[in-house]
Structure formats: structure tokens, C-alpha cells
Design a binder for this molecule. Structure first.
Ligand code: NAD
Length: 268
């Protein structure tokens, strides 16, 4: 912790790369930990757009369950002490956040430069990429409540489509849906190109709560390391090579790290 704090203090440009683990303490389950999402919903079916379409036609109630399990915790969440500690770093250094999360909790905690490389659940776009609308947390919760009611009666597919129409549906000939990156889709641009550039230009990369199993996002630590940056990882199960590991939950480790790095007057 002392070494990590010294690295943070001596860095001028800090890049923070986060995954689902930073939001675990906000009540949003990660995808791969015990009891994680992909144990309940097979990724080959539920993480791809083609699979989701198949499930909608065959088992709308199962898709409704999937959407509720994904959307409801995000709609109810508020920032954790880990998100707030990251936002707090901006008082001391130039900080850019690159997140794989779709929950907008970094922005809500006060981080001002956040690159959402996997998109956001709150932006609705057409399949041609046209931005259509923003939804609020309350509207997402309302959609989940409608979905639950819809799955109790007959004509489930029709009732399903009516329940989700605020976030998914057809507009003219084009489909609209939340602007989130599913398996096999390209990362959001220009965010991904900018994130790779950030990784080559930062002095310090702080990786928080990512298993490093989702590509190409998982390349960022190697890009930063190869360009000469120091790398710190905060995770109960660290996995990034070339990193100084701080083992533990983000909500415990990050506030302690920021306090250790910046509670003393800056000598420089
Ligand atoms: P992952 O589920 O593959 O891995 C989660 C990581 O978080 C693990 O390494 C785990 O040890 C760690 N972790 C668990 N609790 C933690 C805590 N309290 N503090 C710090 N770390 C903790 O997640 P991933 O690598 O981000 O990949 C999953 C993909 O799914 C991402 O692309 C992301 O877009 C998406 N996702 C997003 C959300 C969200 O928006 N909150 C939630 C789940 C998944």
C-alpha cells in the first residue's frame, strides 16, 4: 500500500480501468464470480444479439427474467466508496476513467472524464447507430415492474414487447435498444481508440475489479505497461500480469489508497 501510494503521488497522468468488481459493492453482481450472471444465463445465448432474439421467440419469460436480473440492480444502484474515491482523485491529479461498466456510477460519483468502452444502459440507439433517447433509473425500474406483470398472463411475447418498448423495439424498419456492447460487437468509438491512446500516455494505470477475460478491453494493462507506465491492480482475486497487486475489495482499498497518497501536502 505504501509503494502504491508513492506511485500514485508521483504520477501526473493517471488512467483508471474498471470492470464489474468496482460496482459489486453498489449491489450489481459481477458476471464471473461465484453465483455470477453467466452461471445463471448461458453467455453463448444471452450475451449475443442473435441468441437474445432466439430466446425472445421461444421463451419470452426467460428473457424477461434475464433483462430484470441485468437491469434492476443497475437501476437501483448508487455509487460505492470505490467510485467516490476514484472521483476524489481528480482533486489531486489528471484522471481519466475507462470503464467496461454500463451503469454510469462513475459519472454519478463525480468523475468528469469517463470513457464507456462497452456503452451505457441509459442510452438508446437505433441499429444504425443513431442516438434516440436517454432513460432514467426510474424508467428502467418501471420497465422491470411492467415486465414482471407481463409475464403473469397469456400472449407473453406480445406483452413482453409492450413492456420493454421504452428500451427495445422497432421504430420504422430499424431496431432500437440500449447502447451496450454484446459479445462479438465492436467496442464503442471513439472511446476505445482514445482509451488505447490514454494507455500509451499515462504514467500510472490503476486497474480495479476486472477479471481480464473480456477482449479486447483486457489489452489495456499490457498496452500501458509496454509504454512504460506503472500498473497497480485492486481486486480480491488479482489477475493482471506486471501489476502491483492490492488484494481486497475496491470500497476498502481505494479510499485507503487515496488517503495514503494525498493526505500529506504535495512536496512537488
Ligand atoms: P468480471 O465479472 O469478469 O470480473 C469481476 C472482477 O471483479 C473479478 O476479478 C472479481 O475478483 C472482482 N471483484 C469482485 N468483487 C470486487 C470488489 N468488491 N472490489 C474489486 N473487485 C472485485 O467483470 P469484467 O472483467 O468487468 O467483465 C464483465 C463484463 O460485463 C464487462 O465487459 C462489463 O461490461 C460487463 N458488466 C458490467 C456490469 C456493470 O455495469 N456494473 C456488471 C457486470 C458485468
Amino acid at each position: 500500500m505504501r509503494l502504491a501510494a508513492a506511485w500514485l503521488r508521483s504520477a501526473r497522468r493517471i488512467l483508471i480501468f474498471t470492470g464489474a468488481g468496482i460496482s459489486a459493492e453498489s449491489g450489481i453482481p459481477t458476471f464471473r464470480d461465484g453465483g455470477g450472471f453467466w452461471n445463471r444465463f448461458a453467455p453463448e445465448e444471452f450475451a449475443k444479439y442473435s441468441g437474445l432474439k432466439r430466446v425472445a421467440l421461444r421463451e419470452p419469460a426467460r428473457l424477461a427474467e434475464f433483462i430484470s436480473c441485468l437491469v434492476e440492480p443497475i437501476a437501483k444502484a448508487t455509487p460505492s466508496p470505490g467510485h467516490r474515491a476514484i472521483a476524489d482523485m481528480e482533486r489531486h491529479r489528471d484522471v481519466t476513467v475507462v470503464t467496461q461498466n454500463i451503469d454510469e456510477l462513475h459519472q454519478e460519483a463525480g468523475s468528469t472524464l469517463v470513457r464507456e468502452i462497452h456503452g451505457s444502459l441509459f442510452d438508446i440507439r437505433s441499429s444504425t447507430g443513431r442516438f434516440l433517447a436517454r432513460v432514467t433509473r426510474e424508467e428502467l425500474l418501471d420497465t422491470c415492474a411492467k415486465l414482471r406483470r407481463a409475464m403473469t398472463g397469456p400472449m407473453k411475447l406480445v406483452r413482453f414487447m409492450l413492456a420493454v418498448r421504452r428500451i427495445v423495439g422497432l421504430s420504422g424498419m430499424s431496431l432500437y435498444r440500449p447502447d451496450i456492447v454484446l459479445f462479438g460487437e465492436r467496442l464503442r468509438e471513439p472511446e476505445w481508440t482514445l482509451a488505447r491512446k490514454d494507455a500509451t500516455q499515462c504514467d500510472l494505470l490503476l486497474v480495479v475489479g476486472t477479471s481480464g477475460m473480456v477482449w479486447p478491453a483486457a489489452e489495456l494493462p499490457d498496452i500501458a505497461h509496454d509504454a512504460g507506465a506503472k500498473v497497480i491492480e485492486v481486486d480480491p482475486s488479482p489477475g493482471v500480469t506486471h501489476a502491483l497487486h492490492l488484494q481486497g475489495g475496491a470500497g476498502e482499498v481505494l479510499p485507503a489508497l487515496v488517503a495514503a497518497a494525498f493526505s500529506m501536502p504535495d512536496a512537488s
